[in-house]
Ligand binder design. Structure first.
Ligand code: NAP
Length: 246
């Protein structure tokens, strides 16, 4: 089973399906219409560590791959604990974090509250590339005009007095993101240090236009086997550890 919700998980699903392996892709159910997949899909939480461990046993899952977002800390911790409890080998498909290059104007902060604090001061035009669940924290700095790029149209109005919503799903490209920052006269971009290619365009656009970036560091990852490509995952499936009792 692949724990997904990322472009990397979708790329892995494609390769696993092309190999004809029996696999399921799991979504949390955060978006209204997730991307169509070439594998069986299940949607929704498992009910914590115990629920996931039970699911692994009942569905006779032989290998668990955590291809979730680097900021999805809870499910990644649950995956390690549940895989151990169920005796199922686990590997994570990871991507290195982004590092600054010449021309970047990054302020790296450790979490959402410090990103909010970094915006104290006069009114600016700010792009929040964060997802709907973190928007409320920015109500503490209501003087800014916020550009919100969301996967689904919001069902409740974002709690920010001045904002513009754009509904769009990545991956994004540099030409489009450069145009977006220019059109909305964005001065500061707030983003998570996700790594990978699907969400990097806004940083390249900010660099080209000499705009400030507040970049939120990743939460620590649990100890686990980490692989950096879908091909490495296939190799691990073929030659790596087998489930307990096999
Ligand atoms: P999280 O805080 O780590 O997880 C919260 C709970 O959501 C988990 O305990 C689990 O519920 C459920 N869950 C999370 N991922 C799941 C999955 N792939 N399949 C089934 N249940 C899952 O997660 P999150 O940060 O809200 O992220 C949710 C999803 O969005 C993940 O699939 C992640 O890859 C994707 N995503 C997250 C971000 C981000 O910035 N966090 C960005 C892009 C995509 P139970 O305890 O009930 O099992």
């Amino acid at each position: 089973m692949i724990l997904g919700g990322t472009s990397e998980a979708s790329a892995l699903a494609k390769i696993v399906a092309a190999k004809g392996l029996a696999a399921t892709l799991s979504y949390a159910g955060r978006t209204a219409s997730p991307k169509a997949q070439p594998l069986a899909v299940r949607i929704g939480g498992f009910g914590g560590v115990a629920g996931l461990a039970r699911y692994l046993s009942e569905q006779r899952i032989s290998h668990l791959i955590d291809a979730t977002h680097p900021f999805a800390a809870q499910i990644s911790a649950n995956a390690v604990a549940a895989a151990k409890a169920a005796g199922v080998p686990l590997a994570a498909l990871v991507r290195p974090p982004w590092s600054p290059v010449a021309g970047d104007r990054w302020q790296c902060v450790e979490d959402i509250p410090t990103a909010v604090a970094a915006l104290s001061g006069p009114s600016r035009r700010v792009m929040l590339a964060l997802g709907r669940l973190h928007l409320a924290a920015f109500a503490a700095e209501p003087q800014h005009h916020y550009l919100l790029r969301l996967v689904d149209p919001p069902t409740v109005a974002p709690p920010l007095p001045k904002h513009t919503v754009i509904v769009a799903r990545g991956p994004f490209d540099v030409v489009g993101d450069t145009r977006l920052l220019q059109t909305h006269e964005i001065e500061t971009v707030v983003a998570k240090n996700a790594g990978g290619t699907g969400a990097a365009a806004k940083l390249a656009a900010a660099r080209a236009l000499q705009r400030d970036v507040v970049l939120i560091d990743r939460p620590p990852a649990p100890q686990r086997t980490e692989l950096t490509s879908p091909e490495a995952v296939l190799d691990w499936l073929a030659h790596g550890p087998t489930p307990l009792g096999v």
